[in-house]
Design a protein around this ligand. Sequence first.
Ligand code: SR1
Ligand code: MG
Length: 415
Amino acid sequence: MYKKLHIPSNVSEENGNNIMSSAVQIQAYRTLDADGVRDFIAAHPALAQRLGGPFTEWSVREVSDGNLNMVWLLHGSHGSLCVKQSLPHVRVDPAWKMPLDRTFFEAEWLRAATPFVSGGIPDFLHFDQDMYVLVTECLDDCVIFSRLLSDGQGDPIRVAREIGRLTASLAVGMSYLSSPFEKVWEQERVFLKNKSLTRITVDLIFTDPYADHPRNHFHPALAPLVERLRTDRKIHRAVCALQQIFLTSKECLLHGDLHAGSIMVGNDKIAVIDGEFALSGPVGFDCGLFIGSLVMAAFSAETVYREQIFQSIDIFKESFRSEFLGCWSRRPDNGDLAPRSLSGRDQEDAFISSYLEKIFREAKGFSALEIIRRLTGYAHTPYFAHLPEAVSGERQAEALSFALSLLTEDQVSGG
Ligand code: SR1
Ligand code: MG
């Protein structure tokens, strides 16, 4: 009845670091360099046509910026493309081995999200399951939102409004609110295999910052607060409660890594990229990661911009709420959660109101975890890098204290 999604046989069944467990996975794969990327595109006529002109005249620029993959932008006489390839390790740490399958999950996330966010994600163009190469629209003239925030340049209110709209539309569209359970489970089956990147999330966000893990590093000014992270029972209880929600609440298909580094901003476009961490989970997780990013950017900024960023968090929530309710009241008839026979179109409906409260309560907890891990764990935020050392320490300590206060609020920690 429902279209079965094809999972290539070389998508890893293994966990974490066992990349070489699948001989099939590495047979055809080779890591591309700029010339290899040019040849790859030249061998795909539909993609080559988008660039136009002789392939020798295409410009190929490596712009790898995230922790995991290689990324190139190609320009020809007619157009442009973005090419992304997984490496058999974390890009910024070759000793950390990693299966290649993450570009497959990013491709699947793009395909799943496209019907709900036209223009809010790059156009999916091609996925090569042997080379783990994903080709998408190139977001020319867009800049990564985290870079804009770091430079004190972006308009956080405009971005927050749009991201609120996008996340709400995805949350309703890719959940039981809009689909029968058979369809949701079929999609979930695909992303349940995204084990190596979910392992990164479980370790880096939910576990390592609360222990003396060798991957952790932090500014010396944070030492007393880090000690609390490792010893405070109320904090540990709150983290366990959030782990439980993250691991067991399969409410919708999530982006899974929705910090400001996964958002591109241009004059006429705002788009979410890097869906490789996609998984089924609680709606509040994506919201929390986005809010956590904004909070850190706010603490690193000077007064006026700081106020604007804090204000953008409220705008995000308003926009999310309004779009969530709008999508919910226009939802198709065949969703198995809160069908019209039980829960109408009325935006004051008791079920949908309490669901929204739950989403924001959980988002608050997840935002705290995102702040904590970006200040004390493995993968840090760029926001404080431009500040003098002592000021950076003070601001990070302010942000971390704020996160601890969120986490130990009774409604997050469970009392
Ligand atoms: C080893 S990957 C570290 C972090 O980078 C990604 O963007 C995710 O945020 C992940 O947690
Ligand atoms: Mg990323």
